[in-house]
Design a protein around this ligand. Structure first.
Ligand code: MRU
Length: 382
């Protein structure tokens, strides 16, 4: 995608082909700053501190973090330790585990002297595949925007509501939920995006708004609590969100607040679509609420906010009375029954085992094995 008119990805290799460059997303929207990761510790810090965030980007950053670790020490012990450390950075997005497993599979049988080079090659492949998957999500998802346009009368633009940031900043390029928006914009389909600010970290207000503005996509930032009212008054044609982990039966774990939007959408007959690449599907899980680990983040993200003051200084200010406790569950789970459809790089499907396994038939035996049963008994249960 473009920043000030120039093509840009969220992660790339520096001039020497070894250091890893990222956009420091904690500085947006007030400053566009890139940062160099030179070591495993740099990568761990970038993921933990959310300089990089968003499920697909976390996965690709972990893959490059492994490259940085192997550059310093390519032993089995170093590989294991790096994987453990990277896996522990953030618990909810399954893309992290998926990327590390893909890297391990590529490196498992490689002799130590060849490991670092192989790792860089595989990480670059994962990055390119993510960008291609997201572009394909855009191609499939644009049909849903076109359908919403055909189905409504009177209003000129299609109005999309999105939550958190599932745009190109959350992936390597294009994004998941925003990929159909960018493809629609590219094709001249008139549309407008309602952007949930997404408390407590405000990824909608600071990241989604920034990237839509850079691309000239009409949008309006709304308080998280406004979505229900807008849906009731007919202002929203469809909701499009991303996912940090989707189970084999189609339960969707995404940024906290997604579930409330799905409830409001159901009550008002607004289609609720979830866009995700295959790397966000956890084929071993069924019941998202019972089985997905929900990240509990620092209460300070709730009790304080960052913003730019009238003098241009970016500052943190307190919101709560001193002494009031705060809690910060970072994700929630929307049950499959509230999801109108999933949009993947292979097409659009029902949020169900049948839907997902229909698009990814090769997964049915693996999912069965992962759950300690054969594929036939797995599908017979549903
Ligand atoms: O905590 P974050 O900013 O990493 O959470 C990001 C989200 O929840 C996105 O909606 C999700 O990763 C969608 S995939 C692009």
């Amino acid at each position: 995608m473009r920043v000030r008119g120039a093509a840009c990805r969220t992660i790339w290799l520096g001039a020497g082909g070894l250091d890893v460059e990222i956009i420091d997303q904690t500085r947006l929207p007030h400053a566009f700053v890139t940062r160099t990761l030179r070591s495993l510790d740099d990568a761990l810090d970038a993921i933990r501190s959310m300089r990089v965030r968003g499920a697909p980007l976390i996965g690709v950053t972990a893959a490059y973090g492994l490259c940085l670790a192997l550059r310093a020490d390519a032993s089995d012990a170093a590989l294991d330790a790096a994987c453990r450390a990277l896996l522990a950075t953030r618990p909810t997005a399954v893309n992290l585990r998926w990327a590390l497993e893909a890297m391990r599979a590529a490196l498992r049988d490689a002799p130590q002297p060849a490991r670092a080079a192989l790792a860089y090659a595989r990480a670059a492949q994962l990055a390119d595949e993510d960008a291609a998957a997201c572009r394909a999500i855009g191609e499939h998802g644009v049909a849903l925007i076109e359908a919403a346009r055909a189905g409504r009368s009177g209003r000129e633009r299609v109005h999309v509501l999105t939550h958190c940031n599932a745009g190109w900043l959350a992936a390597v390029d294009w994004g998941t939920a925003l990929a159909p928006v960018y493809v629609a914009h590219e094709r001249g389909i008139p549309l407008h995006v309602y952007v949930d600010e997404t408390r407590p970290r405000n990824q909608g207000a600071s990241l989604t708004a920034w990237e839509l503005l850079e691309h000239g996509v009409p949008h309006t930032v709304i308080a998280d609590n406004a979505g229900g009212h807008l849906m009731r008054t007919g202002a929203v044609d469809l909701c499009l969100v991303g996912s940090d982990r989707t189970t084999a039966r189609g339960d969707v774990c995404n940024k906290i607040g997604t579930y409330l939007k799905a409830l409001a959408a159901r009550d008002n007959g607004v289609p609720f679509y979830v866009a995700l690449p295959h790397s966000s599907i956890d084929w071993a899980l069924e019941d998202g609420l019972a089985e997905i680990p929900i990240e509990a983040r620092d209460a300070r993200e709730v009790s304080h906010v960052w913003g730019r003051d009238a003098e241009g200084q970016v500052r943190e200010v307190a919101l709560l009375p001193e002494g009031s406790p705060a809690a910060n569950p970072a994700f929630d789970v929307t049950p499959a029954r509230l999801v109108t459809a999933l949009v993947t790089e292979r097409g659009v499907c029902d949020a169900s085992r049948e839907g997902l396994f229909g698009l990814y038939p090769e997964r049915s035996s693996q999912a069965g094995r992962a759950r300690g049963e054969d594929a036939a008994s797995a599908s017979a249960r549903t």
